[in-house]
Design a protein around this ligand. Structure first.
Ligand code: SF4
Length: 338
């Protein structure tokens, strides 16, 4: 592709006439002329850094917001959900490795301008956009322009992130974003590096930054024998409660064998239930189990009167007893975007 077909990257600096440093995520890749960054989504051409994902999603679907999973954002509504090739992590358990580990151009994509994405949603009476499937950071400029176009139409903008975006681009993006799901894959930094290639500290910083500016939900995937240490889970829940507040929903997600971890069994429901108990003892109000259809912990209960206020079956809402922003049984304000 020639530079005239590409979109210049937003966050980078020139180290000399031809060498650049990408500042978009924690990796801070130094990229030589003609090379690409660790995510494979940014290339340096003659000292200018370009994004390779702009306008080229590889996955565009209509999904319930519950799939992200957002359980406290407009229950029962759909989002036009999209992702691109590539990712800045290499998680051993990645379920979307077939495009997240690929460079843009290595996998079939569709051509969609930001305006086309927004119009595609509006044509289907969908009022939300969700950046998901791969890490949205690697499509930052595209995501930003779609989010701006969506906000001009008064739409809801959401994303699911691994939390590794640098603070400055995140700060610039958040005014256009209503809600973010962030993965907190473990509370052990060494394990974070081993399992994902990422680090714990940038994720904790992202969680705190998102919490100040947008609605936040957290996903913790529990992988048997890997990220199932109950003491780590307890430390993580206490940190969330003390630093982010008890109203942030936490989803303990069930692992299924995938990618490089096909030898492991699925997470036991018993372990997920133990994690929920730990989280509730740490003071968290909204604790869920994800990927176990029909489990009672997929429902929402009022933290004040303990009545069931949202009854779900799979990703679908069977009953919603929230009126305005409040529990219809006792009037307690339920945190979220209703
Ligand atoms: S976005 Fe890609 S190129 Fe930029 S620092 Fe992160 S991994 Fe490296």
């Amino acid at each position: 592709m020639s530079p005239k077909d590409l979109h210049e990257a937003s966050y980078y600096r020139k180290l000399d006439a031809k060498k650049t440093e990408c500042e978009l995520c924690f990796r801070r890749c130094v990229i030589d002329d003609g090379a690409v960054g660790a995510c494979l989504a940014r290339t340096n051409i003659s000292g200018i850094l370009y994004t390779l994902t702009y306008g080229s999603p590889v996955a565009v679907y209509v999904d319930p917001l519950e799939k992200a999973p957002f359980l406290h954002v407009y229950p029962g509504s759909d989002a036009l959900s999209l992702g691109t090739a590539s990712c800045n992590l290499r998680c051993k358990n990645c379920i979307n490795w077939h495009f997240a580990f690929k460079a843009p151009g290595e996998i079939e994509s569709v051509s969609m301008s930001p305006e086309t994405v927004v119009q595609t949603a509006l044509d289907r009476n969908i009022n939300s956009i969700c950046f998901t499937y791969n890490e949205p950071t690697v499509q930052y400029e595209y995501m930003y322009d779609i989010a701006a176009a969506a906000k001009a139409e008064n739409m809801t903008v959401t994303l699911h992130s691994n939390g590794m975006m640098s603070p400055e681009p995140l700060e610039a993006l958040l005014p256009l974003v209503d809600a973010v799901v962030v993965d907190l894959k473990t509370f052990d930094d060494l394990l974070y590096r081993e399992l994902t290639g990422g680090e714990l500290a940038p994720v904790l910083q992202t969680l705190q930054n998102v919490r100040k500016k947008a609605w936040l939900e957290i996903v913790c995937l529990l992988i048997p024998t890997v990220s199932d240490n109950l003491e780590d889970i307890k430390a993580m829940c206490l940190w969330i409660s003390e630093n982010l507040g008890q109203e942030v929903p936490v989803h303990f997600s069930r692992f299924f064998p995938s990618a490089k971890l096909t030898q492991l069994p699925p997470t036991s429901v018993n372990l997920l239930e133990q994690a929920c108990e730990i989280a509730e003892n740490a003071g968290l109000d909204y604790v869920y189990i994800n990927n176990v259809s029909g489990h009672d912990k997929t429902n929402t209960y009022c933290p004040a009167c303990a009545e069931r206020i949202i009854y779900r079956r799979g990703l679908f809402i069977q009953e919603n007893k929230i009126e305005g922003n409040n529990c219809s049984f006792c009037g307690h304000k339920i945190a979220g975007i209703w």
